[in-house]
Design a protein around this ligand. Structure first.
Ligand code: FO1
Length: 307
């Protein structure tokens, strides 16, 4: 079955690892969020693309959920000694990714082109597509200032009040090559258990992507990143609240309602089944908290069966 998945970073990486072990490798296409992209030491970093790429290549640090396994941070420490900002931790092995990507972009190549090269060199047979080759940047408004996503998430540890979120550049952005075809030609579309506002939101903000999802012949199945009234991990709850969405599986469903066919929710959240039905969305009950390779594969099987 040809599967296309919309993905953020850490939560998505777990489900994608599970899916990759159930599908023929070339049957998985991932459309990744680039709203989190940032510049560190003049290097272009695409955190969500990298988390997905490292997960599919089997080199993601499972404990941190980002960066490479067996990582060291000698360069960061040396940069700190020179007075550089080091709140965003770039590992020594990880630096090779950002150096290669930045050099390619400066030479005029596109983000999708260099992402293809990086994934192929890491032995990934599936396709990882940035949502757009044009810059889209998520900004988070706090009482003090507008922050970049990484300032909010890493520097401030998501501990500040959120008043608003916007996707700078989205209106002018075009879907990257093959993104619309990946949605149109898929036999199943999966929305990974990622933050609906800052991981999936930027993808949906690229003109043409929402419309392609609404037109797609494949079923669209999402996995909730929310269990009960809280995010499985990260600041999804606070960000959904800031955007006026209830922090619940029903809030996730309403963010995706016009084009979503089914939402996989936690077995403990059966009370939301009827509310989802009123939105035209079928609820699928499963154990959605992934804690190890076994639960990643189990959830992936459940999602494929739901299709
Ligand atoms: N997340 C952190 O919490 N702290 C970090 O220092 C950090 C560094 C980092 C470096 C490269 C990379 O690809 C990701 C990194 N992340 C870090 C993860 C990232 O900021 C977030 O997980 C995503 O943007 C949210 O999906």
């Amino acid at each position: 079955m040809k599967v296309s998945a919309l993905a953020g970073g850490t939560g998505a990486a777990k489900l994608l690892r599970g899916l990759a072990s159930c599908l023929a490798p070339e049957d998985l296409t991932v459309i990744g969020n680039t709203g989190d992209d940032t510049e560190v030491w003049r290097l272009h970093v695409s955190p969500d693309l990298d988390s997905v790429m490292y997960a599919l290549a089997g080199v993601l640090d499972r404990e941190r959920g980002w960066g490479r396994v067996n990582e060291t941070f000698h360069c960061r420490d040396a940069m700190a000694a020179f007075g550089a900002e080091t709140w965003f931790n770039l590992g020594d092995r990880d630096l090779a990714t950002h150096l290669t990507r930045t050099a390619a972009l400066r030479a005029g190549r596109s983000l999708s082109d260099v992402t293809l090269e990086l994934t192929r060199r890491l032995g990934i047979a599936g396709l990882l597509l940035p949502m757009s080759d044009d810059p889209v940047r998520t900004r988070v408004r706090t009482p003090e200032a507008w922050l970049t996503f990484q300032e909010f998430f890493v520097r401030e540890r998501a501990r500040v009040k959120v008043l608003d979120v916007l996707y700078e550049g989205a209106e002018q952005a075009r879907p990257a090559p093959r993104v619309l075809a990946a949605i149109a030609d898929a036999e199943l579309i999966i929305v990974c258990p990622s933050n609906p506002i800052t991981s999936i939101g930027p993808i949906l903000a690229v003109p043409g992507i929402r419309e392609a999802l609404a037109r797609a012949r494949a079923r669209v199945v999402a996995v909730s990143p929310i269990v009960g009234d809280a995010a499985v991990s990260g600041p999804a709850g606070e960000l959904m609240r800031a955007r006026g969405l209830p922090v619940s599986p029903a809030g996730v469903a309403s963010a995706y309602a016009p084009w979503l066919d089914a939402l996989v929710i936690d077995a403990k959240d059966a009370r939301y089944v009827d509310e989802l039905a009123t939105l035209g969305i079928a609820a699928v009950l499963a154990d959605i908290v992934m804690t190890d390779a076994h639960t990643e594969v189990a959830l992936a099987r459940h999602v494929l069966a739901a299709a």
